[in-house]
Write a protein that binds this ligand. Structure first.
Ligand code: UP5
Ligand code: MG
Length: 204
């Protein structure tokens, strides 16, 4: 991918920090294409004939990180398809595009591989709040989400993997001065204002 033409923003934060919620709003204001790595994996898991379905299901239930080749391929394919289709409704022209990559990279190997083989990110939006808040949100969401990892046992595993495996990724990008940390505890709209301000500055 041509880094001069496309802009990639990573969106990170713990399970239930509000990544997906904030991405949906950023799409509306800034015309991003929103790619959630978790959503892509869940779609692949359910795709008939996928050779990875059973493996993905097990990893997600255990809160573990699916081997990076699978996730990066899904992201690349989705980016390519979107660029080929074009997004005239969003004002994209001539192979240009903006992507919000949500919930990725969450392990150092993925981060390095994506930077090298796919493209460099411009910014990392990092939403933070306490485990207590995240647990409460996820248990509430479990009533309707149908997600197999929205149960207390899987959530605890996800918290652990987040701390041990994803925090080093954030520290890595922090050293590169790419991280904007945003308090994800207040209301959706308050959190949005802070994130939108950072994105506005990036795109200005
Ligand atoms: N909510 C949101 N914001 C709120 C606010 N400000 N105030 C009050 N409520 C708020 O939000 C969660 C819930 O909280 C919602 O009900 C929302 O209304 C409410 P959401 O926006 O969905 O939070 P999000 O951060 O997106 O939480 P999510 O559960 O999606 O985060 P995860 O990071 O756990 O899930 P993801 O889908 O990214 O990954 C799932 C699994 O896929 C991983 O555990 C892993 O097994 C696998 N995976 C990989 O293997 N590799 C990857 O690269 C990516 C994923
Ligand atoms: Mg999400």
């Amino acid at each position: 991918f041509d880094n001069y033409k496309i802009t990639v923003v990573f969106v990170l934060g713990g399970p239930g920090a509000g990544k997906g919620t904030q991405c949906e709003k950023l799409v509306q204001e800034f015309g991003f294409c929103h790619l959630s790595a978790g959503d892509l994996l869940r779609a692949e898991q359910n795709r008939e004939g996928s050779q990875y379905g059973a493996m993905i299901k097990q990893y997600i239930k255990d809160g573990q990180i699916v081997p990076m080749e699978v996730t990066i391929k899904l992201l690349e394919n989705a980016m390519r398809a979107t660029l080929e289709e074009g997004r005239p409704d969003q004002g994209w022209t001539n192979g240009q595009g903006r992507f919000l990559v949500d919930g990725f990279p969450r392990k150092m190997d993925q981060a390095l591989k994506f930077d090298e083989d796919v493209c460099l990110s411009s910014l990392v939006l990092f939403y933070t709040t306490t485990e207590e808040v995240m647990l409460k949100r996820l248990l509430k969401r479990s009533e309707t989400s149908g997600r197999e990892d929205d149960n207390e046992e899987s959530i605890k595993k996800r918290f652990r993997v987040y701390k041990e495996t994803t925090m080093p990724v954030i520290e890595h990008y922090n050293k590169l001065h790419k991280v904007a940390e945003i308090d994800g505890s207040p209301s959706v709209d308050k959190v949005y204002e802070k994130g939108a301000k950072v994105v506005r500055e990036l795109l200005a």
